[in-house]
Ligand binder design. Structure first.
Ligand SMILES: [Ca+2]
Length: 321
């Protein structure tokens, strides 16, 4: 019996330790997968708490003390993991600790409600608490998933800026220390539909937006088209496209500047030009990961509107405007 308990505990600890420190880095839709992993702390720590309760020596009595000790050990494990994770290329997160502790508490109260009390009121209350905790924990992942669903259903439109869900695909980037670029949906301008994305940069570097393109296949399309409204004096706006390869340096990706006139501008890049963007290879048009639209480095504050970012179909196929 003692041996079986030790094996169960050792196996659980080994697996959870490995899972906690393995350098996971999701390349596609990292925001969504990050939220999913956050939720994963609930079942993981729930499992650990249940195993701890099972493996505690029989002399630990009464039952409430066993449960309390199992909870304390599970929360302690979760806390130590969060403190150590930054040393293994993972990030420390209070949210993970909260989710983990919630999972441990739910597992232990669940075991008490089902195994010991035999009371349906407690079981019902536990089920409600479990459902509520999962709903709260899953919400951020759900919100991210709505962005991914928008991308799936609207492709080859990359941005119409009519729906709040698009703000999970388009995120601000750049600016200067402590002053981030600000983006909002607005009715002030639109080249398509009723709204566009207002991008208010700050003085600094690479202020703009980037789009999570989800490794989609762009080969059936002839061009990337982007509408930009510039309310003030002319300036240069850059368009960058990354594939699923290494795009760290300028020579590894597509990047090109466009001179914006005052008013509406349509920036158009043939996919053949995108493909020839990198110096020593071809951009993989079968898996496009990211599009970024931004001003250069050391720029003054700029303010512009983005709308109707889309891929144009090849000749013979009808385009939607
Ligand atoms: Ca629009």
């Amino acid at each position: 019996m003692m041996l079986r308990k030790s094996i169960a505990l050792a196996f659980t600890l080994a697996l959870l330790t490995l899972g906690s420190f393995w350098p996971v880095r999701m390349q596609v839709d990292p925001s969504f997968w990050g939220r999913v992993f956050d939720v994963g702390h609930i079942p993981m720590l729930g499992w650990l708490a249940a195993v701890l309760l099972y493996a505690l020596p029989e002399r630990v009595q009464p039952s409430t003390r066993r449960h309390a000790l199992a909870l304390a050990l599970a929360v302690g494990f979760a806390a130590v993991v969060e403190i150590l994770q930054p040393f293994f290329g993972r990030s420390k997160s209070l949210g993970d600790l909260v989710n983990g502790s919630t999972g441990a508490a739910l597992a232990l109260t669940g075991i008490a409600a089902w195994q010991r009390t035999g009371n349906w009121l407690w079981r019902g209350c536990h089920a409600v608490a479990l459902a509520a905790a999962l709903a709260v924990a899953l919400w951020p992942a759900y919100v991210e998933w709505r962005g991914i669903r928008w991308r799936q259903t609207h492709f080859p439109s990359l941005g119409a800026f009519e729906d709040e869900a698009e703000l999970k695909l388009w995120r601000s980037q750049g600016g200067s220390r402590g002053h981030a670029t600000n983006i909002t949906l607005t009715r002030a301008r639109a080249s398509q539909g009723e709204r566009s994305l207002r991008v208010v940069g700050v003085a600094g570097d690479w202020a703009g937006v980037n789009y999570s393109a989800g490794d989609k296949d762009w080969t059936p399309f002839r061009a990337l088209s982007v509408d930009v409204f510039n309310p003030r004096e002319p300036f240069t706006l850059f368009v960058r496209v990354d594939d699923n390869g290494n795009c760290a340096t300028l020579a590894d990706r597509f990047e090109r500047g466009f001179e914006l006139v005052r008013g509406w501008n349509r920036l158009r890049v043939p996919t053949s030009e995108l493909e020839r963007g990198p110096k020593e290879r071809r951009l993989n048009m079968k898996a496009v990961r990211r599009v970024a639209v931004f001003t250069g480095d050391g720029e003054p504050q700029r303010f512009w509107f983005l709308d109707n970012v889309r891929l144009e179909k090849r000749d013979g196929e009808q385009d939607q405007d």
